[in-house]
Write a protein of this length. Structure first.
Lengths: 159, 755
């Protein structure tokens, strides 16, 4: 389990939601904290033959079998060339899924009115998975829609 | 609730269940004195105990029932269907009252049993003719007041006036209608709480009675997960402390190890239940149906100890009941019709449960009239499910399977039992909901068999762990018939398809790494480790790199996003904590392009082949001087041989060759075709009853997996017709004809193949 630092909200009067930030290929994404169940370091993974590229494999997380989704592949970013990876466990329709990401950052409180719509020129594949953009001091944070991110994963070629 | 009453309820529920089945058995063997004695004792015990506990209503019913049973025991009254039926009604009433007591926390609910008791007393006194027959209406005053009063829990269909004639008229108290409050019967010592309405009493057996408690599956699942974790932690601990010799550590560790294993086994078992539990009510059901329909029905149940996941069991209980009911009503003919058809008067319904092909199969079979193809066709057209043209093209099997469509019933008349057309589609939906499937095999006049296939999901299975290209997979042990180690030269290739000669069969091979698309450097000269798998009637070999061991595993379904991969039956966590995918042999066979993945029985497959409506593996070959490809079914070919032309001898105008110490006749498709006198000849060897026959081919082309659709049938001997295979007109060879020719016999049945 990784230590997650919580950055205090700038203005407590505003309606804020907290987001877990993840990094994929240098880009920061935000996952609503309510959707995140667990954050894991690199795990032993069993590959699933015949499954689509988006499926990283299956792993044993405290006695439960969790299907891992390669978040980079899901966003069309190609394989992670760096050494480490981390996983964020989310639930979708009652089933746990692990999103394999390059790194997990901090939990950020974000005022809901600070989130703007996806820019029209955002890649359609990304636009389909993102709910909006939040401006950070360090850059832009894309807010991911967990249901669409997980729900849209295809099994791969049918057996 | 008082502990005494609680124990009484548990005991009573058990013994009443026993009485239920014993009474049904008594009907079959009315002279079995021991059986009568046992039933009598059980009912007597119930009566005695409830008298002691002050359960007056229960006591009266049990007493009346016991009276009748007493006369059976004294042999002063012979058990008849009617009288046994009446005692069964009393048993039903006892169940209702018991359920009521449980519901009301230890006190009896009010209810009117006088009619039933009067009927029982009438039988006891011997005037059976009157009881239950004459049914003058009760005084209207009484009827009206009863309507507003809480309804009796159970009322015999026919009211009777015999109550007046009963020895001690046990007139039930008519409860006054007042704000839904149910007053206690006079004799009931404790007042019934007002909130308990008699109508709410569930007839079903509930918590206390079964001496079990209900635990949610969710909790079991969580326990299971916790135990798995415990086992993993133990394994880690064992690993870490292996070097420590100290008994201080080793002894408790060993105990921990043992306890963890026991716990794991116990938790696993909690989810399983023998299928017999879902069957226990069927003997009574069949008995009632038998009376109602006026048919003699014999129910046989095999494999009642086959274990099923609890949840699955609950879900198939109703479909099973429905299907047995259907078999009794639609399937079986009346006694007279059966005798006319040359069958024994009593029809038989057989239930079988067994493991097969990685699934649990439940078979419901009757020896009745079978499904009438023409009638179903007609009904389907009438109901607008089919057009005439569509119907004409459908195979009889497909037509029979229309009974699974919604709104379909072939019954001419709607009976109380079945025939309303809301049956088999619901059955199918329920079974498919748990990932199962249902198939049928029916011959007109010969009976119908339904095969419910329930996947092994959630069931505990033994699996073989294998490795291909560095990845481990589990193959359900149930699908594995043997393991074979073959030298590289024993595996042959037929147009790219690998086959192994295994004894006298050609075994098609699937390389696991290829089937799963895993990159694998092909090692030349390595022995092939082959897992011989049986799926339905199809046998094939799976080539793997390594075989580990068998392990007991709990199959967990794969995540929904992986459900599209039919090659996997699920996944599981092994003892070492790693996750492993479980291969589904049906899916694997499909991936490998093998035929017959639905586990059809050999008979139905043959039938499909005969009708030209199934897929089949064929060997394609060419003969000398004829460019039309020829085809024979692969499963009829015992071996493929290369034989030197000069070894062929000619005796009595026939070509023969010495083969495996015997003389094997060689035939050509065209008797006048030239046969090469040098080089090697390709021979397809067919075996029949220990003899072999060789068919000369110019060249073996391919092995294909096709749906055979005969375009033209042939009248020429030796040919069954022509079909388009791989884009070419191909002649299908009638092997049987050549076997007959070769052995100069009139009639030879070859390998029980489709004629």
């Amino acid at each position: 389990m990784t230590q997650i630092s919580v950055v205090p909200a700038a203005d407590p009067a505003k309606v804020v939601s907290e987001y877990v930030t993840i990094t994929l290929d240098g880009q920061e994404f935000g996952l609503p904290i309510s959707a995140v169940y667990d954050i894991l370091n690199e795990q032993r993974m069993t590959p699933v033959a015949l499954a689509s590229e988006e499926i990283a494999g299956v792993m044993n997380i405290r006695g439960r079998i969790v299907t891992a989704i390669d978040a980079r592949q899901r966003l069309g970013l190609g394989k992670n060339k760096g050494a480490g990876s981390m996983s964020v466990v989310v639930h979708h329709k009652g089933e746990p899924y692990a999103l394999v990401v390059d790194a997990v950052g901090e939990v950020r409180p974000i005022a809901t009115d600070g989130v703007v719509k996806n820019p029209p020129n955002l890649k359609p594949e990304w636009a389909a998975l993102c709910e909006g953009v939040h401006r950070l001091d360090s850059g832009l944070l894309l807010i991911l829609n967990v249901d669409r991110f997980v729900g849209g994963v295809t099994s791969g070629q049918p057996g | 609730m008082d502990d005494l009453i609680r124990d009484f309820l548990t005991e009573t529920t058990e013994s009443i269940g026993q009485v239920d089945n014993d009474l049904v058995a008594l009907e079959q063997r009315p002279d079995d004195g021991e059986l009568i004695g046992r039933i009598f004792r059980l009912v007597h015990t119930v009566k005695g105990t409830c008298g002691f506990l002050g359960l007056a209503r229960l006591e009266k019913v049990a007493h009346a029932g016991e009276n009748v049973l007493g006369r059976f025991r004294d042999k002063s009254l012979a058990p008849t269907t009617d009288s046994i039926g009446l005692v069964l009604k009393a048993v039903d009433r006892i169940k209702v009252i018991v359920a009521g007591i449980e519901q009301a926390d230890g006190v009896e609910l009010a209810g009117d049993d006088s009619e039933l008791i009067a009927q029982l007393d009438a039988v006891y006194r011997g005037d059976t003719a009157e009881s239950g027959k004459s049914a003058p209406s009760r005084p209207s005053r009484s009827t009206r007041s009863r309507r507003r009063a809480p309804r009796p829990l159970y009322r015999p269909r026919e009211e009777t006036s015999a109550a007046d004639a009963a020895p001690e008229p046990l007139e039930a108290v008519e409860p006054p209608a007042a704000l839904g409050i149910t007053p206690a019967e006079e004799s009931t010592p404790v007042a019934v709480p007002a909130k308990v309405a008699a109508d709410n009493v569930p007839a079903a057996q509930s918590q206390v009675s079964g001496q079990t408690i209900r635990v949610s599956l969710d909790l079991l699942e969580r326990l299971m997960t916790a135990v798995s974790e415990l086992v993993l932690t133990r394994n880690q601990l064992l690993q870490a402390l292996r070097s420590q010799d100290s008994a201080v550590v080793q002894v408790p560790l060993q105990r921990l190890s043992l306890i963890a294993s026991e716990l794991q086994e116990g938790i696993m078992r909690t989810r399983m239940q023998p299928i017999g539990n879902a069957w226990s009510k069927l003997p009574r059901l069949v008995r009632d149906l038998s009376v109602e329909l006026g048919k003699k029905i014999d129910l046989q149940m095999n494999g009642a100890d086959t274990e099923l996941d609890r949840q699955v069991l609950e879900l198939i209980r109703d479909p099973l009941t429905h299907m047995v009911r259907n078999s009794a009503d639609h399937g079986l003919e009346t006694g007279a019709d059966r005798i006319a058809a040359g069958k024994p008067e009593a029809g038989t319904i057989t239930l079988n449960a067994y493991h097969k092909g990685g699934h649990i199969i439940i078979e419901i079979r009757d020896d009745g009239r079978g499904l009438p193809v023409e009638k179903i066709k007609l009904k389907a057209i009438q109901a607008g499910l089919l057009t005439d043209a569509e119907a004409a093209q459908m195979s009889p099997q497909l037509i029979q399977s229309l009974i699974f469509k919604a709104g379909f019933s072939t019954a001419d008349k709607v009976t109380a039992v079945s025939g309303r057309g809301v049956g088999m589609d619901v059955v199918r939906t329920n079974i498919e909901r748990i990932g199962g499937s249902i198939e049928l095999d029916s011959r007109e006049g010969g009976g119908t068999a339904f095969f419910i296939k329930i996947p092994l999901t959630l069931a505990i299975v033994s699996a073989l762990i294998v490795e291909a290209s560095g990845q481990r997979f589990a193959i359900p042990q149930i699908a594995v018939s043997e393991l074979v180690l073959a030298r590289p030269d024993q595996v042959e290739s037929l147009g790219g398809a690998a086959v192994l000669r295994l004894r006298d069969r050609l075994l098609p091979l699937v390389r696991l790494a290829d089937a799963l698309g895993i990159d694998r450097p092909v090692e030349a000269g390595k022995n092939n480790l082959i897992v011989v798998a049986q799926v339905g009637s199809q046998t094939f070999g799976v080539v793997v790199d390594r075989v580990y061991d068998t392990e007991e595993i709990v199959v967990k379904p794969v995540a929904p996003i992986l459900r599209g991969l039919t090659v996997y039956a699920g996944n599981t966590i092994l003892g070492d904590g790693s996750v492993i995918m479980i291969l589904d042999q049906n899916g694997l066979a499909a991936t490998a392009g093998r035929m017959d993945t639905d586990g059809a029985t050999a008979e139905t497959k043959t039938a499909l082949m005969a009708r030209g409506a199934g897929t089949e593996q064929l060997i394609l070959f060419e003969t000398a001087g004829d460019s039309t490809p020829k085809a024979v079914p692969l499963d009829q070919v015992a071996r493929l041989e290369q034989i030197e032309a000069k070894r062929v001898e000619c005796v009595d105008g026939r070509r023969i060759v010495q083969y495996r110490g015997e003389l094997m006749p060689l035939v050509t498709l065209d008797p006048n075709a030239p046969v090469a006198s040098s080089g090697n000849l390709s021979v397809l060897v067919f075996s029949d009853r220990g003899r072999s026959m060789g068919l000369l081919a110019e060249r073996i082309l391919d092995i294909v997996d096709v749906e055979v659709d005969l375009k033209m049938t042939s009248t020429r001997a030796g040919s069954s017709g022509t079909a388009v295979i791989a884009g070419k007109a191909t002649e299908l060879i009638d092997v049987q004809h050549f076997v007959r020719t070769a052995f100069r016999e009139a009639d030879v049945v070859l390998l029980s193949a489709a004629a």
